[in-house]
Design a protein around this ligand. Structure first.
Ligand SMILES: [Zn+2]
Length: 261
């Protein structure tokens, strides 16, 4: 009899633990628990306005001349797409960074263009950022760090300070290791589909590690946390499909970068 009672208590405890991990309220009066597509788009626009106050944006013609051939190759290999992607080029030659905000927006600093050795390396970084979008990491992160009520307040009140904080948050690294690993994995797959060797990303990370000691270590693409060695090895040892051959971009990268930046 006693053993049955203990068993019952155990079952109840397990049941409660299961509930604690899986229970989500279905609705909270007056709010909706998801960041709707429309709200995400509105918030993305507010963030872009804020970034436009802080940085000089290159003209669309320059941006598409430099990034167009790379992003076209990546997006042609990506189907279905969660977003209509928009790439922006920001003028700051000291920032070796790229980051994603919301609603398919990806920002690249001119410092990154000057730092990479070739367009294939940049393609790898952009593929990683697309990965964060496709995996829903951006919305997840904002919901986790700020919560829907804050985001909703920002959207209705348009609080400039708060929007600026959100931009800063997205500029810095803050994804967890699982999200970074999955964005890397996504990038390798997209690179292979786009006929770019994932080892290009490893070369980029190695270059960052060896050549650039002075960069702040909290930028989205740098990720100097302890697994950076694993990331390099991961990119180098990615299992290429049989018969894979890289198709290098057929333009002079240095010439384009120096002529327009
Ligand atoms: Zn990342």
């Amino acid at each position: 009899m006693k053993i049955w009672r203990e068993l019952l208590i155990l079952v109840i405890i397990f049941g409660l633990i299961w509930l604690a991990f899986t229970w989500r309220p279905l609705s909270i009066p007056g709010t909706d628990l998801r960041l709707s597509k429309e709200r995400e788009k509105d918030l993305a626009e507010l963030i872009m306005d804020d970034l436009q106050d802080q940085y000089e944006f290159y003209d669309d013609s320059v941006t598409s001349k430099i990034l167009g051939p790379i992003t076209r190759r990546l997006l042609d290999s990506l189907s279905p797409q969660r977003y209509e992607y928009k790439f922006h080029l920001l003028d700051d030659s000291h920032e070796i960074n790229a980051f994603a905000t919301l609603d398919g927006n990806i920002y690249v600093f001119s410092g990154l263009l000057k730092f990479v050795d070739n367009p294939e390396q940049l393609a790898g970084i952009l593929a990683h950022e697309i990965g964060h979008h496709e995996n829903g990491d951006l919305v997840d992160r904002l919901m986790k760090e700020l919560g829907l009520s804050v985001l909703a307040a920002v959207l209705t009140g348009g609080d400039a300070v708060m929007i600026s904080e959100i931009s800063k948050l997205l500029l810095s690294s803050g994804f967890d290791r699982k999200q970074e690993r999955e964005a890397d994995e996504f990038a390798y797959q997209l690179m292979v589909k786009s006929q770019i060797n994932p080892s290009r990303l490893a070369h980029f990370f190695t270059k960052l590690k060896t050549e650039e000691k002075s960069y702040p270590d909290d930028l989205e693409i740098i990720m100097t946390h302890p697994n950076s060695k694993n990331r390099i090895e991961g990119a180098l040892s990615y299992n290429l499909p049989e018969g894979f051959e890289e198709q290098p971009f057929d333009f002079d990268w240095e010439e384009i970068v120096t002529s327009v930046l």
